[in-house]
Design a protein. Structure first.
Length: 87
């Protein structure tokens, strides 16, 4: 008997969306707090917002996807075949 694989459901999708929103808010508040406390210069804050913040969001997405069961590995991939009659 084969193994049954059940994907994440709508609750996981809502949790992912909420986690991404929360992660973005926390990151922006941290960056704004550092700027407000004058621990970083405006140029550094701008650089962090433009260059580093998207990378931070990718890390948040990776952590949430692993936690919620969206992770896939090479065994999840199926070969793609083109039929001989297609253009």
């Amino acid at each position: 008997m084969g193994t049954v694989s059940i994907g994440p459901g709508p609750d996981a999708a809502r949790a992912f969306r909420l986690g991404m929103i929360t992660g973005a808010i926390v990151g922006l508040l941290a960056l704004g707090g550092l700027y407000w406390a004058e621990m970083i210069a405006p140029v550094v804050a701008g650089y962090a917002l433009v260059a580093l913040f998207p990378i931070y969001l990718v890390f948040v997405a990776v952590i949430l996807s692993r936690w919620l069961g969206y992770d896939k590995d090479a065994t999840s991939l199926r070969p793609v075949y083109r039929s001989k009659n297609s253009d």
